[in-house]
Design a binder for this molecule. Sequence first.
Ligand code: 5GP
Ligand code: MN
Length: 325
Amino acid sequence: MGASDAAETAEKLFSAGRVVIFTHERPDGDAVGSAFGLRALLRGNGVEADLVFPEPPPVRYREFTGEPDTPTGHYDAAVVLDCATEIRIGKGIYEPRQLADTLFNLDHHGANSIAGDVELIDVKAAATSLLVWEVAAAAGANIPVAAATLLMLGLMTDTGSFRFSNTDARALRAAAGLLDCGAELDRIVNAVYFSKPRNQQLFEAEVVTGCTRLLCGGRLALAGLDESIFKKYGFSMADGEGVIDLLREIDGAVIALLYYRKGEHWKCSLRSKDAAFPVGPLARSLGGGGHEMAAGITLDAPSAAALEAMLVDRIGSMLDSAKKE
Ligand code: 5GP
Ligand code: MN
């Protein structure tokens, strides 16, 4: 048991009779794509599969997902996807370990702390959806069009449609394989990029014009979002996966920082455009996590000003540190 490759994972997973699937809270495109994609894949290959989804899928992905399931009885295997820590599974409702004999842990985050019986953890994989595709391909599985489309959706969203630095030949090979299986690229593009609700567009316009500031000589693009802007536009960050790209896209910005209130805490999202200044270590040093170039932290701070001062100080020091040649 323990570390496994795609072929071993496939053999163990596809021989299970009943499988229950989990992913992380605040599910993004890769969480949606890998989880619903794996469900479609297993069902298409005679494996009974249920999906425990932590909250309603973001609106723009709904046409691809269908409904999650309520787990019933005991399962041979639980699969946790795209989830680095147990706390992000959506603890308190269902526990994978209590529902199943064997725990599969498929992820591409560094510092994954979930102890699976079968582990396919690959930080070089552009998306967890890519790992699911590789498991399916290794199994020689039947890949239904719905599964191929969902996995493509996950791969596309986690690579920023093949723009982010995690895009490599392997990711593009997977994309080609998924297209060969009938993945519906036009539907994904229309849903993900050309179906923005008008309230979101107006919200984003105000994020740009009213909330975004450039600090550290223009190398840090920052936006702190007050509760009032969410109320004004009836918008929630549950649908805000791409909002941080409004900061990242600014010329000269190396680091993008977006923060907003989440319950009693502050949720901070970080992105880097330069591998010499990764945000992963910074996030981890503050108790957060994620990838080297895309990370997040949940923090306590007495005020937005205090939070911002602390983060700007840390980011400023990092940007001032000697740049690697
Ligand atoms: P996002 O900024 O899109 O929410 O997340 C970017 C990456 O950082 C994701 O891979 C996610 O796993 C990670 N991340 C986001 N927020 C948190 C957090 O509060 N704690 C930890 N440990 N990781 C986070
Ligand atoms: Mn992912």
